[in-house]
Ligand binder design. Structure first.
Ligand code: GLC
Ligand code: CA
Length: 546
């Protein structure tokens, strides 16, 4: 079947976390005019679309994932007219803007919630999820994703409301047709403004049935999504990507059904959860089981071929930096950042690059006062109160804290990394003196130029989007290798995932093929280095036209 008829199957998406990208007015917070200033950088990189984390009006309890007005821009980020300029200016450079839709909950400052609090018979009351009760006797044991109970008592109403995230993020009641209609109208309004797509925040949590302790994948989930898609997205030519922590390959086939009835694709997190203790939380660290990683990524590649579509990502604003996580952020930072890029971008699906990933930006190690994230700070307090040793809690913060991804973009070696003239809302990583855009753009051998090449390859060879996936050397403890194949060509990707030099019978796999990309540079690939030897984090892509 034709896998390439949709533009987003050949696209590469770049995620911007606006508050940390570029500040234009010295208040220490990134903003829309700042993004506009940096569009040329994005054009140079070669990406097709930008996913903006939320920029709508918000009290910023969860950095914008708590929206108080879906149809206005938060003054901290700019104005609606800045947003229109951004859409237009990006469009001139062939870049579409993807907005983040937070539809599971609103802010407690949203007018709907303010109305809802006024009384049980207020027309907005059933926009949210309420349970009668007594103070101190929770409806049940449901926990919020950011810690503590998922229920909050409102004495004036004698009721609890549901919040799967912070107390300030009350859950919307998708059972109400009025709520759904309001949402559709709002989305159509943004489509009119020319946005190129949407990322749907925690979309698998909208169809909750709290009395049955159901949060993810509720019984009505796909019914709601199909209605949403029919009423909105299907009226345009959009890219839509749902965030679905609870997705299996079977569910993902529904979400990304090629008939277009739901979304273009989902973010699934099976690979992302591998380095934590079984039954534990993400903070309970465990080494990455490498063969399991191959098994999981391979399974997703195979299961969705021809009947769904993958998103490909290592990073986002909720995850630690991949080079620090599964690469090596000291001696082999450049090599391992490139290897991880090859591994990901060689697969079938739409690749997402998170700001700074294209520079090989790393995790940060700050003292606790310098962190800002609500999830991280709640976890810190809870675990310290439970008696965990401070060093252990900090190790979890360094490894998994969301602020690792949220430190300011490193533009140059100057003060505040060129991010702001003022005091940044969160400290810049001191390593911006070595790791920054100014020292990489146009510089041969840089991580940035490598990402650029990968994007060019994807645009040049249709096999990146089309080819069937086959895992090779499945049981190998150090090498991640796979083949892609379509009617016209073959592709071979070989990655040494670790820091040792190893030998493998690569010539058996790459016979007749041309080496089209390597992270050790072509000159280093001199005849004296046999193709059987893979240096630390070495990655190669071979290609053959049949
Ligand atoms: C998603 C977002 C995350 C946010 C949460 C609640 O997981 O990516 O940043 O905190 O939803 O909206
Ligand atoms: Ca600003």
């Amino acid at each position: 079947m034709g896998q390439t008829e949709k533009w987003w199957k050949n696209a590469v998406v770049y995620q911007i976390y606006p508050r940390s990208f570029q500040d234009s007015n010295g208040d220490g917070i990134g903003d829309l005019p700042g993004i506009i200033q940096r569009l040329d950088y994005l054009e140079t990189l070669g990406i097709d679309a930008v996913w903006l984390s939320p920029v709508c009006r918000s009290p910023q309890d969860d950095n914008g994932y708590d929206i108080s007005d879906y149809q206005d821009i938060d003054p901290m980020f700019g104005t609606l007219s800045d947003m229109e300029t951004l859409i237009r200016e990006a469009g001139k450079r062939g870049i579409r803007i993807i907005m983040d839709l937070v539809l599971n909950h609103t802010s407690d400052e949203h007018p709907w919630f303010r109305e809802a609090l006024k009384g049980r018979d207020n027309p907005y009351h059933d926009y949210y999820v309420w349970r009668d009760g007594k103070e101190g006797v929770l409806p049940n044991d449901l926990r919020a994703c950011f810690g503590g109970p998922a229920w909050e008592w409102v004495p004036e109403l004698g009721q609890y409301y549901l919040h799967q995230f912070s107390v300030r993020q009350p859950d919307l009641n998708w059972e109400s047709p009025k709520v759904r209609r309001e949402i559709y109208d709002m989305i159509l309004w943004w489509m009119e403004k020319g946005v190129g797509g949407f990322r749907l925040d925690v979309i698998d949590q909208i169809a909750k049935e709290p009395d049955r302790m159901i949060t993810n994948n509720g019984p009505r989930l796909h019914e709601f999504i199909q209605e949403l898609s029919r009423e909105t997205f299907q009226k345009g030519d959009l890219i839509t990507v749902g965030e679905a922590w609870g997705a299996t390959t079977e569910l993902a086939k529904r979400y990304s059904n090629p008939d277009g009835s739901e979304f273009s694709m989902v973010f699934q997190f099976e690979h992302i959860g591998l380095d934590q203790q079984e039954g534990g939380e993400k903070w309970d660290l465990a080494p990455l089981p490498f063969r399991k990683l191959k098994e999981v990524l391979g399974k997703w590649q195979t299961a969705l071929y021809g009947c769904g579509w993958n998103s490909l990502f290592w990073n986002n604003h909720d995850l630690p930096r991949i080079v620090s996580r599964w690469g090596n952020d000291c001696v082999y930072r450049t090599e391992s950042a490139k290897m991880l890029a090859v591994l990901l971008h060689g697969m079938q699906g739409t690749p997402y690059i998170y700001q700074g990933e294209e520079l090989g930006m790393t995790n940060a190690r700050y003292s606790i006062e310098d962190y800002r994230d609500i999830e991280l700070l709640n976890m810190y307090r809870e675990r310290i109160a439970k008696g965990y040793p401070k060093e252990q809690v900090m190790e979890s913060v360094y490894a998994k804290g969301r602020d690792n991804a949220r430190t300011p973009m490193q533009w140059d070696a100057g003060p505040q990394a060129g991010f702001t003239d003022g005091t940044p809302w969160i400290k810049v990583n001191p390593n911006h003196q070595e790791i920054n855009a100014a020292s990489q753009v146009g510089v041969e051998g840089s991580v940035f130029e490598f990402y650029r090449k990968l994007i060019v390859l994807r645009k040049t060879f249709p096999i990146f989007a089309d080819g069937r996936f086959e895992m090779l050397l499945e049981d190998d403890e150090e090498i991640f290798a796979y083949r892609r194949e379509d009617t016209e060509s073959r592709l071979l990707v070989v990655c040494n995932f670790f820091g040792n030099t190893v030998s493998r019978p690569i010539s058996k796999l790459c016979g007749g093929m041309d080496l089209i990309l390597t992270n050790y540079g072509s000159s280093a690939d001199s005849p004296s280095t046999s193709c059987e030897t893979l240096r630390p984090y070495e990655a190669r892509i071979y290609y053959q036209h049949k």
